[in-house]
Ligand binder design. Structure first.
Ligand code: BG6
Length: 489
């Protein structure tokens, strides 16, 4: 039986917007202006209209009327402003990751910490110093940083004043930010990801019902995506110029969709769903050009993409070195119009009768991970790393302070086994990062109590708590997994 490769990168992942906090002291980013949601109620973006009145819109809805600005409103709780307070706890947190034997730590840089408005010429020295300190701390324990340059952390100022990614100007602002990061940290970071889950805005189209029509939202979504694909390609090219040893990956929210029945129509539906949700974005980043079915998708959605001639050469010049993705759950698709629906990480589909579902309605499907790895590697034949996988659950602290998260261990164990099977299948998998290794704010629901970590953070859904860190049972389990290079599961 094949084993995990000797230098396999075992670790965990976080994002700046979900873990750092530290506001004020930095600029606002998009997540900061969103309220906390619940399992059933979405997070809301708070806005001020041109006439001075205020309102709330479902997060990611692409729906704000002309002239509305994203703002913080008095009396609301905004969980990302203080998050898990990593800015003040990073030394302690990294020491705990080292105790588990982490080889890699995935983190993101917050654009608005370096450039509070997003369009400044020079970065904020304190922001710059913060990440030098974090990298130094990681180096102390021989933990490799894997840095996401953008994890949905658009500065609010740029959204309000420059139109965000609707505008081509955003590419220039991003290029400047990314180049600053690549130059500043060129001696500290080797592994980079450009945009987190670049395909997820396409998923939001089905997931979030806005008041604007589908066609209008699709037009915005695909135009923005084109701009981000270009910014991503520029970043890859720049990273290679700045240091030829840099390795840059794409990051896709990989949607596993099984046909609900064995009817040929459901099977074709599955192919089309995967083209739409996964390959449209991934092919462009890996192959450097839009796939053959892109035109069909844009036509169906009624989208006219505004492009410039040089765009296509730039996409080609910015092909990524490796593939990274998140995987939490799978779903089913069908041409039938009536079926029981399930939840999932931005992909809602038909419920799979063969699977168990988490408290948040996400299917738990380790075999789907092996399937995803084979699909991805079979298509591209470039090294692959899993950069997000995990179970969001409510943890209970026992009277003696312990936290018995057997459910999380079970979930991770089965997924790591599936990853090992994929290696046996021949997939070139070089690392595994569990998501939210330190408890942080849930991206979609804004809750703190949807926890993924090995490290418990004492903070509740209203922002109350001491922020004290505790080891869950999974902490010791993962330490043994890493120490045995995945043999002791
Ligand atoms: C991914 C994101 O979509 O899923 C993370 O990259 C996110 O930022 C993770 O936290 C899990 O989703 P959630 O909503 O449970 O936090």
């Amino acid at each position: 039986m094949k084993q995990f490769p000797k230098n396999f990168l075992w670790g965990g992942a976080t994002s700046a917007m979900q873990i750092e906090g530290g506001y004020p002291g930095r600029g606002l980013n998009f997540n900061d202006v969103n309220t906390a949601g619940t399992k059933n109620a979405p997070r809301m973006t708070t806005v001020r209209y041109a006439d001075g009145t205020v309102g709330r819109y479902p997060m990611f809805s692409q729906d704000l009327p002309e002239g509305a600005k994203m703002v913080l409103l008095d009396g609301e709780y905004y969980p990302n402003l203080s998050a898990a307070d990593f800015v003040h706890h990073y030394r302690e947190d990294i020491a705990m990751l080292a105790e588990m034997g982490f080889k890699v730590f995935r983190m993101s840089i917050m654009w608005s910490r370096l450039f509070p408005r997003g369009d400044e010429e020079l970065p904020d020295p304190e922001g710059i110093a913060f990440y030098h300190n974090v990298f130094a701390e990681l180096r102390k324990y021989n933990i490799e940083p894997l840095v996401t340059i953008w994890h949905s952390e658009d500065p609010v100022y740029l959204i309000n004043e420059a139109g965000g990614w609707n505008s081509r100007r955003m590419i220039d602002y991003f290029d400047h930010y990314a180049e600053t990061v690549l130059r500043e940290y060129r001696n500290e970071v080797r592994y980079w990801l450009t945009f987190n889950e670049l395909n997820n805005s396409v998923m939001f189209l089905d997931w979030i019902q806005g008041t604007a029509g589908r066609r209008e939202r699709a037009q915005k979504t695909f135009q923005q995506l084109h701009h981000k694909l270009l910014a991503s390609a520029h970043t890859v090219k720049k990273a290679h110029e700045i240091n030829p040893e840099n390795k840059v990956g794409c990051m896709i929210a990989y949607a596993v969709n099984y046909p609900l029945t064995c009817s040929p129509a459901d099977n074709m539906k599955q192919t089309e769903t995967s083209q739409w949700l996964n390959w449209y974005t991934a092919d462009t980043q890996v192959r450097g050009k839009y796939p053959h079915f892109a035109g069909k998708i844009l036509k169906r959605e009624g989208v006219t993409l505004k492009t410039e001639e040089h765009d296509f050469k730039e996409l080609e010049e910015g092909r990524v070195d490796f593939f990274s993705f998140s995987y939490y759950s799978s779903s089913c698709c069908t041409v039938q119009t009536e079926y029981e629906t399930s939840g999932g990480n931005f992909t809602m589909g038909a419920k799979n009768p063969y699977l168990q579902y988490s408290e948040w309605g996400w299917a738990m499907d380790p075999a789907g991970l092996r399937y995803a790895l084979n699909e991805i590697y079979g298509r591209y034949q470039i090294p692959v790393i899993i950069v997000e996988n995990g179970l969001g659950a409510v943890d209970r602290i026992e009277e003696d302070g312990s936290i018995h998260d057997e459910y999380r261990i079970e979930y991770l164990r089965e997924h790591i086994k599936a990853a090992k099977e994929a290696i046996e299948d021949g997939v070139d998998l070089f690392g595994y990062c569990s998501w939210g290794c330190i408890d942080e704010i849930s991206a979609a629901s804004g809750q703190m109590n949807k926890r993924y970590g090995f490290i418990y953070v004492d903070l509740d859904d209203e922002g109350k708590g001491t922020l004290e860190r505790r080891r869950k049972d999974s902490f010791d389990w993962y330490r043994r997994v890493i120490a045995s290079n995945g043999e002791c599961l």
